[in-house]
Ligand binder design. Structure first.
Ligand SMILES: Nc1nc2c(ncn2[C@@H]2O[C@H](COP(=O)(O)OP(=O)(O)OP(=O)(O)O)[C@@H](O)[C@H]2O)c(=O)[nH]1
Ligand SMILES: [Mg+2]
Length: 159
């Protein structure tokens, strides 16, 4: 199984750091535009090409959108980025990562989660949201797990 996943977002959101964390386990922020990873699963090995870009033109199987939780106007930025994605990718599964949760206190995080829940319900969007951190490793593997479930099951063919 081979998939290409676009790791999408503006600058400094933590895209390269997460790609390094998920492919090598290390905390490293510099990185190439493209990194290949092989993941052992109960359905066999899955080869993933992670394409880091703020460009939506490439044909990809899934998109992971990165947004830094510490930046202002999280929901506005989320809405804008989702609209951009929808213009060129209508059917591709999307996972949104609110990143750098280690820098946010629990009360602010709780409030953010409530706002994101409301946003998700009112926008009838087809994305899945995770709060993550590449520093504390909180939920860092969930975005890939979630996308793989959607991609692998989508491709199952009954002979
Ligand atoms: N505290 C904290 N810092 C993080 C986390 N993830 C990334 N960073 C830091 O955020 C900064 C930007 O990370 P990058 O991974 O380079 O961000 P990027 O989105 O790839 O940025 P560009 O390649 O410039 O678009 C670096 O200083 C990272 O160490 C996190 O979960 N928590
Ligand atoms: Mg980068």
């Amino acid at each position: 199984m081979n998939y290409t996943i676009l790791v999408y977002g503006l600058g400094n959101e933590g895209k390269s750091t997460w790609i390094n964390r998920i492919t090598t386990g290390r905390f490293l922020s510099d990185g190439n535009q493209t990194v290949n990873g092989i993941f052992a699963t109960n359905m066999g090995n899955v080869n993933i090409k992670f394409l880091e870009s703020n460009n939506l033109e490439a044909r990809v199987d899934g998109i992971i959108l990165f947004l830094d939780l510490t930046h202002h106007n999280f929901l506005n930025r989320l809405e804008t980025m989702l609209l951009n994605i929808k213009l060129s990718h209508q059917k591709v599964p999307i996972v949104v990562c609110g990143n750098k949760s280690d820098l946010i206190d629990d009360n602010t995080l709780h409030e953010l989660h409530q706002n994101i829940d409301t946003f998700t319900r009112s926008h009838n969007s087809n994305f899945v949201y995770y709060t993550i951190s590449s520093v504390s490793n909180y939920n860092y593997d969930k975005p890939l797990q979630c996308l793989l479930k959607k991609l692998v099951f989508h491709n199952i063919i009954l002979y």
